[in-house]
Design a binder for this molecule. Sequence first.
Ligand code: DP6
Length: 332
Amino acid sequence: MPERRATATASPNIAFIKYWGNRDPALRLPANASLSMTLSNLQTNTTVLFDDRLEADQIEIDGSPASDKAASRVTKHLDLIRTLSGNPTFANIHSLSNFPAGAGIASSASAFAALTAAASKAAGLELDKKQLSILARRGSGSAARSIFGGFVQLFSGEVNTDGYAEQLAPAEHWHLVNLIAVVTKEHKSIGSSEGHMLAPTSSIQAIRVQDTARRLEICKKAIMQKDFQTLAQIVELDSNLMHSVMMTSDPPILYLEPESISVMKHVTRWREDGLAVCYTIDAGPNVHCICSLEDSPEVERQLRSIDGILDIYRCSPGNGVALAVTNEQSPQ
Ligand code: DP6
């Protein structure tokens, strides 16, 4: 087989209605449906080159050889693609993100969305977005959503083929701003994959999962009607519910740092004072401050006055995964 190469770019997403826990860990079928906004400005760019001369996958992430843990996750994902394409060739993978991994800015979402699109294209598979979403989910649950841009829903799915995401509204629908208050750039100690396994040990998880359809409907309606106040309340409730599950699992997981709590308290006060802003936090301490475009300069100014914020990333609704280079054959 000749060398086959493709490059894809994908962005992370922030979940407004979050999933936590998998009903089927092997297939990464989430315990509950979720809803997210794909983020502009933050990106992972991944090139995959299948090469007959390789005796194993060679994986470089952010300029260094991948750790054993990351490499085995990538290889496992490539194995799915090798099985689908019927070709066992190993690959050279280069992945570069412009934001820190593992700090609650869904790096696995952009990484596996980009990897899925690039590897399937390089392997000669012609997959539509639904198929890409199903396949990306096998690598990382939230990656299923990063296949699409704008506002996106991921169905929980009973079987592999119905665990996919679809777009609810394009990025242009509502110009929200996500100001990510970065309080640490360190890799979290407990990754989402381990956290998902612990979710069922919390007595709150079943109640959270059972009530998800209601929260998701409220959130969806708020997005379609551009109703910020309703969005703010449901987004904060959903984030607090997920962190309650994390904190009450066995062993407990506490992702929040003192600075995270400080930002949360400021955000709710600013909203009481009339600013259109709310918070949501993924599996890490960094706080995503969702705000209206009009109020975003003031929110950013106020965020800068809080101690312990190392950086602020500004994102808007962004685009789904895109292939930068279609199948090309390298010179022999
Ligand atoms: C808290 O998709 O990161 O961000 O499949 O193990 O990669 P893996 O999990 P991941 O879990 C996402 C958890 C979350 C909530 C969400 O994005 O819905």
